[in-house]
Design a protein around this ligand. Structure first.
Ligand SMILES: [Mg+2]
Length: 226
C-alpha cells in the first residue's frame, strides 16, 4: 500500500505505473445488478420452480451462497445451475437491461489508454457473466486483456493467481496497480508483491459503501483520474 492520502486527495504515482489491473463487478459496473439477481430474482425463480414460499427460498439460497463465499464456486454459473437446477445464464439474460457502468468509467479507461498503460481486467466472474456484461456495456473496448480467474481454477483471493497471470501475461508487479472492491483480492495481490492497491468503495448508488479497512480508497473515478 504505497498510495498516500493527502488533503488534496490520493497521491497516485501514475508515472511509475505501467499496468493497471481492474476488477469488473462493483468496481467498473454497478453491483446492484448482481445483488438484485442473486438476492431477489433467483429466490423468486427458485420458489416458483419448487412450489415453496419466497421466504423459504430466500433462506435456502442465502445459506447456499454463504457456504461458498470466497471460493470459485461462488462465482461459477455452472455450479449454481447444477446446485439450484435453474438456468442461471438464461435468467441473467432476462435481467441484463439492468447492467450499468459507474459514472466516469469510460473516461478513466480512455485516459489510461491515451497514457499508454497496459489495461487488464481481472475478474472472478464466470466467462458467461463476463460475456453478458461486455454485451451490455462499452467497457470491453478498452482492455489489452480480459482475464477470468476461472481460466486458472482459482479466485483472486488466492495469491497464487497473481503468479499464474504474471507467467502468462508478463506484467511487472512493482509497476502495477490493482483497483478492486474485493478487499481479500487487494490483500492477496499485496502479499504477492503487486505494489499499488486502490479500493473502489462505492459499489452501487443503491448499496452501502464498503469499509476499505486501511486500503487507500475512492468513490468516483474522477478522484483518481490520471
Ligand atoms: Mg468486484
Amino acid at each position: 500500500m504505497r498510495i498516500n492520502p493527502t488533503p488534496q486527495g490520493l497521491e497516485i504515482p501514475w508515472q511509475d505505473i505501467e499496468t493497471v489491473l481492474l476488477d469488473m463487478d462493483g468496481t467498473l459496473l454497478d453491483l446492484h445488478f448482481d445483488w438484485h439477481f442473486w438476492m431477489e430474482y433467483v429466490p423468486q425463480m427458485y420458489a416458483k420452480q419448487n412450489h415453496i414460499a419466497l421466504e423459504e427460498a430466500n433462506k435456502i439460497i442465502r445459506a447456499k451462497i454463504h457456504s461458498q463465499q470466497g471460493t470459485l464456486n461462488w462465482y461459477c454459473l455452472d455450479y449454481w445451475t447444477e446446485q439450484l437446477d435453474l438456468p442461471i445464464t438464461e435468467l441473467k439474460h432476462e435481467l441484463k437491461h439492468m447492467i450499468q457502468a459507474h459514472p466516469e468509467v469510460i473516461t478513466f479507461l480512455q485516459r489510461l489508454r491515451t497514457l499508454g498503460k497496459d489495461v487488464v481486467m481481472v475478474t472472478n466472474a464466470h466467462r458467461d457473466s463476463l460475456a453478458i456484461k461486455l454485451e451490455m456495456t462499452e467497457i470491453g473496448n478498452y482492455f489489452d486483456e480480459m482475464i477470468s480467474s476461472h481460466d486458472f481454477g482459482m479466485p483472486k483471493e488466492n495469491e497464487a493467481l497473481w503468479q499464474e497471470i504474471e507467467n502468462k501475461f508478463g506484467y511487472n508487479p512493482t509497476t502495477t496497480l490493482l483497483i478492486d472492491d474485493n478487499l481479500q483480492a487487494l490483500q492477496s495481490a499485496s502479499d504477492y508483491g503487486i505494489r499499488y492497491q486502490l479500493a473502489a468503495v462505492h459499489v452501487s448508488p443503491k448499496m452501502e459503501k464498503i469499509d476499505p479497512k486501511g486500503f487507500p480508497s475512492f468513490e468516483n473515478f474522477n478522484e483518481i483520474m490520471p
